[in-house]
Design a protein around this ligand. Structure first.
Ligand code: MSP
Length: 640
């Protein structure tokens, strides 16, 4: 019996909409899960959103929504994206779910009752962006390594989890279970961190500072630290403590995360489990980071890659293939659209697509769409054995997939595709078709090629489920049979004689890079900034007073690189506004223009100049265009 398989992604913060990084982890998790489906295992995949904490409160404030409304909106974006990318999760958890909250409360109480949570005053270095205390040696040049800001010293009474108590236990556990944290480099990273004394973990935040969290069951003046809440999702989703799913799946748990959250998963989580008397997870799989053309993806740099754009431009299967083929699991990888196009054109259109249309093209031409009878054991002169090669490819694929080496698994399949293409060249069916006496040879060659395509369709299933299904249909396989089961794929031959196959189609058309990487699209992978603002009522809009205004005078503000001071005519009276567009416009360019101004914005002082209003402009990366009216209108006219 194949063991059950439970796999999780991190639960993503709802302070930003889904991007390439989240997409990679979630697809990799879906691929691993589908591979275990192929082995015949009972599988369960979990993903979701992490919704408490200061980060979320700040993001909600920015978008003018309550934390709950905001979390609902962004969480929905994640939940709706995954099915579009053919990711099938069994449960989508939110840390604001009542079931989850009650499990967190239960575990906090249990650990508190066991004496592993204590109350104490603490002075320490706190990074507000990470929402955690740092010790000196974790800082780089005195700054938070993730946010590049010096943490602030704060003094507070809080609750602490006695993590230090479990340090030796954790070292022993990791050493006794060499597969617990993989790849090896991340296991070593955790072990090297554990060479220094482990500090206790501050697990509360005073409500005076933060209210958006789970109230501690033993002190209602505090909420739970977001990590102590979030990590528990992995068991609350299974119905811990009594749920059937918990009993069935927890002993077979695999967490997939990127290197940024190794410490909470490699240190906090196992010690929390131990303190709560729960077995540690089976396995933590850690992957590297996607960089965009060699720099870190970040909202402020404006190079955040939007998965929705990728899907619409290149198709779900192509994106899944690219991400799994390009990244070596565990190492960082560089993303670029030209790399996607190369992979599509060479691996998908050229190798796989051509093979598929070549073989089916010959089949329809020589056999009038009907599968011929053929003896699989027939003696032949070709010295090439597609069945034996298929068995080798299947074994290589399986052992790589077991280790999350998706790129290697796909390379094994593509090696086989290469062998099939060679088989076509060597056997030259078009020559056999010319000779009557070679009929059985032609039958044999084409049947082998059809079977080879069947194997390929099974092996690409976890990465490209849609393409796999299309191939299956064109190979005349019964749609209800789980063609992707490894044991089924191995059986050769399987395509029944006399079956009529549908006309072939093109699997992956080639992409012309020119049509996609045009200058206006090339900043592409749509460097989308903030999520679209929530819907508003007309009443809300009517609070906004937009007016046409004529620029009378403009000048730079000394010592402020970005700011221009503009005197504007608002219809009978003049005003001064300050605009952050000095990098894009010289003062002269603006004088005389009729611009659009938000006239009822609260005045604010910028570099000592009071600004009474704000001009409107489209700003993205290094481009800026000020909104102007395209016909003459009197200054001061209201826009509605
Ligand atoms: N909420 C926490 C996780 C709690 S799990 C109990 C969190 N959320 S997150 O939104 O910041 O997501 C981090 C994860 O997103 C990474 O571990 C990784 O899975 C994915 N990625 C985010 N950016 C990434 C890249 N640039 N490259 C690859 N994956 C990345 O941390």
């Amino acid at each position: 019996m194949t063991a059950p398989f439970y796999i999780t992604t991190p639960i993503y913060y709802v302070n930003a909409k889904p991007h390439l990084g989240h997409t990679y982890t979630t697809i990799a998790t879906d691929v691993a899960r589908r591979f275990h489906d192929m082995k015949g295992a009972e599988t369960f995949m979990l993903t979701g959103t992490d919704e408490h904490g200061d980060k979320i409160v700040k993001a909600a404030e920015k978008s003018g929504q309550s934390p709950r409304e905001y979390a609902d909106r962004i969480s929905r974006m994640f939940a709706e994206l995954w099915p579009e990318l053919n990711i099938h999760c069994d449960h989508f958890i939110r840390t604001t779910d009542a079931d989850h909250i009650s499990v967190v409360i239960g575990i906090l109480q249990k650990i508190y009752d066991n004496g592993d949570i204590y109350y104490s005053e603490y002075e320490g270095l706190y990074c507000f962006d990470c929402e955690r205390f740092f010790n000196e040696r974790e800082l780089v040049d005195g700054k938070c390594p993730d946010h590049g800001k010096a943490p602030e010293t704060i003094k507070e009474s809080n609750y602490f989890f006695k993590m230090s108590r479990y340090q030796q236990w954790l070292v022993d556990t990791i050493k006794q279970n060499p597969d617990m944290i993989r790849p090896e480099r991340y296991k070593n990273e955790v072990l090297s961190f554990l060479k220094e004394p482990l500090e206790d973990l501050c697990i509360s935040r005073p409500k005076s500072r933060l209210q958006w969290g789970i109230t501690l069951p033993f002190d209602d003046r505090y909420v739970t630290y977001v990590w102590f809440d979030a990590l528990i999702n992995y068991i609350s989703a299974l119905g811990y403590p009594d749920g059937e799913n918990f009993k069935k799946f927890w002993p077979h748990s695999h967490h997939v995360v990127a290197k940024d959250i190794l410490k909470p998963h490699g240190i906090y989580w196992p010690t929390m489990l131990r303190a709560a008397g729960i077995d540690v997870y089976k396995n933590l799989m850690v992957h590297g980071y996607w960089n965009v053309e060699d720099s870190k993806m970040s909202k402020s740099v404006g190079n955040v890659v939007d998965p929705e754009y990728l899907r619409k431009t290149y198709s779900t299967d192509a994106i899944r293939y690219f991400l799994m083929r390009e990244m070596v699991f565990g190492l960082d990888s560089s993303f670029s659209e030209s790399a996607i196009i190369n992979r599509i054109n060479s691996d998908l259109a050229n190798d796989l697509g051509n093979l598929f249309s070549r073989v089916l093209g010959m089949f329809h031409k020589y056999f009038k769409s009907t599968v011929p009878e053929c003896d699989p054991g027939m003696k032949n002169d070709f010295q090439l054995d597609l069945n034996a090669d298929a068995q080798t490819a299947i074994s290589g694929f399986c052992s790589a997939m077991e280790n999350f080496e998706f790129h290697k698994a796909l390379a094994a399949v593509w090696e086989y595709i290469g062998k099939m293409n060679k088989y076509v060249d060597v056997t030259a069916p078009w020559e056999l078709a010319k000779k009557k006496e070679a009929k059985t040879q032609l039958d044999f060659v084409i049947c082998n090629l059809l079977e080879g395509l069947r194997v390929v369709s099974g092996l690409i299933y976890p990465v490209m489920p849609e393409t796999a299904a299309i191939m299956q249909k064109h190979l005349g396989m019964a749609p209800d049979k789980p063609f992707y089961l490894i044991d089924e794929i191995r059986k050769w031959p399987q395509i029944p004689a006399n079956r009529i196959l549908p006309k072939s189609i093109s699997l992956f058309p080639r992409i012309d890079p020119e049509t996609i990487l045009k200058p206006e699209a090339s900043a592409s992978a749509q460097k989308v900034s903030s999520p679209v603002a929530p819907e508003i009522e007309f009443d809300d809009f009517s609070k906004i007073d937009l007016r046409s205004a004529k620029v009378l005078h403009a000048e730079k503000i000394p010592k402020a690189d970005k700011l221009l001071k503009l005197d504007i005519d608002l219809g009978g009276h003049t005003r001064t506004i300050v605009a952050g567009i000095a990098k894009f416009y010289s003062p002269d360019e603006l004088i005389g223009k009729t611009i659009v101004v938000l006239a009822n914005l609260k005045p604010a002082k910028l570099m000592g100049v009071e600004s009474k209003g704000m001009l409107l402009a489209a700003v993205e990366n290094d481009q800026c265009s000020v909104a102007v009216l395209d016909r003459d209108m009197p200054a001061g006219t209201r826009l509605k």
